[in-house]
Design a protein around this ligand. Structure first.
Ligand code: HMG
Ligand code: MG
Length: 285
C-alpha cells in the first residue's frame, strides 16, 4: 500500500473567491458542511482579506460562525496581514495561511507589495499565531509561470519557500496559480525547492487551466509530496491572475490517488454529490 495522501480542500475559498455574483452565506456554509462529511480533514473555508479587493469573501466571519465543526477537521482561513489574522482568530479558524509569490509582478497585483515587503508583513502574523498556538501555512504563487513576469526561476521559488519555512510556516503550498506548469517545469521547480525545504513540509497547489494538473501531481508524488490542494468540482480562479482557471478538481485527484493505492480517507460517492452542489453555485454554465 502506498503512503496516505492528504487533500486540502480549496473549494469554499479559492473556488468561490472569483465568482462575480454574490453567493449566499448559507450556501457557503452548506458547502463546507458537505465537504467535512466526505472525509476531508483540511478545508480552507474563507479569507480575511480586504472586501474591496475580494468582495465575495466579505462574509468570512459569518461563514466560520455558521459551519458545523466536526472533530478532527481543520477549518482554515487566508490572512494576508495582522488585521486578517485577528479576524480569523476571533472567528475561531483552526489554522491560517499567509500568501506571497515567487514573482514580483503577481505579488504587486495580488497583495499590493513586493515579495520582501510581504515577508515583513507576515512576521507579526507568525509571531501572534505562535503566541495563540495557531498553525500557519504559507503559499508561494507562480511557482513555474507568472501572468505578468513570464517563467519563474526555480531558485527563486526555493528562496521564497525557504523564507516562509524559516519564519515558522508548518507547510509551504506551491501554487501553479495560472495552471501553466507542465511536468518538466514542475520537476525542475521541485528539484530546487526540495533542496531548501524537505518534501514532507511541501504541498502542491495546481490550477488546471491547461489540463496538466494531474500529471503535475504525479511528478510531485515522485518528489515525495503527500499533500495536495484541490477544489471540489474544479471550482475557481484567482481575481488577480488573468487567465487563471479553477484548482484541479478534488474528485479527480481522489480518483488518481486511489488508483495509485494512496489512501485519502475520502468517500468518492459523497464527494460526487458535493461536487454537484458546488458547481450549482457557480454562475457561468
Ligand atoms: P492595501 O490596499 O495595500 O492595504 O491592500 P492597506 O493596508 O493600505 O489597507 C487598505 C484598506 O483595506 C483599509 O481599509 C484596510 O483597513 C483594509 P480602508 O481604510 O480603506 O477602509 N484592510 C483589510 N480589510 C479586511 N481584512 C484585511 C485587511 N487588510 C487591510 N485583512 C491587502 C493590501 C493585502 C489587504 C489587499 O491587497 C488584499 O486584501 N489582497 C488579497 C487578494 C486576495 O485575496 N487574492 C486571492 C487570494 S491569493 C490566491 O488565490 C492564490 C493562492 O490560491 C495560491 C495560488 O493559486 O497561487 C493562495
Ligand atoms: Mg490558487
Amino acid at each position: 500500500m502506498a503512503d496516505p495522501v492528504t487533500l486540502f480542500e480549496m473549494g469554499p475559498r479559492d473556488g468561490l473567491q472569483n465568482e462575480p455574483a454574490r453567493i449566499a452565506t448559507a450556501d457557503k456554509i452548506a458547502l463546507v458542511d458537505l465537504l467535512s462529511d466526505c472525509g476531508l480533514r483540511k478545508i480552507e473555508v474563507t479569507s480575511f482579506v480586504s472586501p474591496k479587493w475580494v468582495p465575495q469573501m466579505a462574509d468570512a466571519a459569518q461563514v466560520l460562525a455558521g459551519i458545523t465543526r466536526r472533530a478532527g477537521v481543520s477549518y482554515a482561513a487566508l490572512t494576508p496581514n495582522l488585521k486578517g489574522f485577528q479576524g480569523a482568530l476571533a472567528a475561531r479558524a483552526n489554522e491560517v495561511a499567509v500568501f506571497t509569490s515567487a514573482s514580483e509582478g503577481f505579488s504587486r497585483a495580488n497583495i499590493n507589495c513586493t515579495i520582501a515587503e510581504s515577508l515583513e508583513r507576515f512576521a507579526p502574523v507568525l509571531e501572534a499565531a505562535r503566541a495563540e498556538g495557531v498553525p500557519v501555512r504559507g503559499y508561494v504563487s507562480c511557482v513555474t509561470d507568472c501572468p505578468f513576469d513570464g517563467p519563474t526561476a526555480p531558485a527563486q521559488v526555493a528562496h521564497v519557500a525557504g523564507a516562509l519555512r524559516d519564519m515558522g510556516c508548518y507547510e509551504i503550498s506551491l501554487g501553479d496559480t495560472i495552471g501553466a506548469g507542465v511536468p518538466d517545469s514542475v520537476d525542475a521547480m521541485l528539484r530546487a525547492v526540495t533542496g531548501a525545504v524537505p518534501a514532507r513540509h511541501l504541498a502542491g497547489h495546481f490550477h488546471d487551466t491547461k489540463g496538466r494538473a494531474l500529471a503535475n501531481i504525479e511528478v510531485s508524488l515522485d518528489h515525495g509530496l503527500r499533500v495536495f490542494d484541490a477544489a471540489v468540482g474544479g471550482l475557481g480562479g484567482c481575481p488577480y491572475a488573468p487567465g487563471a482557471r479553477g484548482n484541479v478538481a478534488t474528485e479527480a485527484v481522489v480518483g488518481l490517488l486511489h488508483k495509485r493505492g494512496h489512501a485519502t480517507g475520502i468517500d468518492p460517492v459523497k464527494l460526487a454529490k458535493c461536487a454537484a452542489f458546488a458547481t450549482s453555485l457557480r454562475g457561468d454554465p
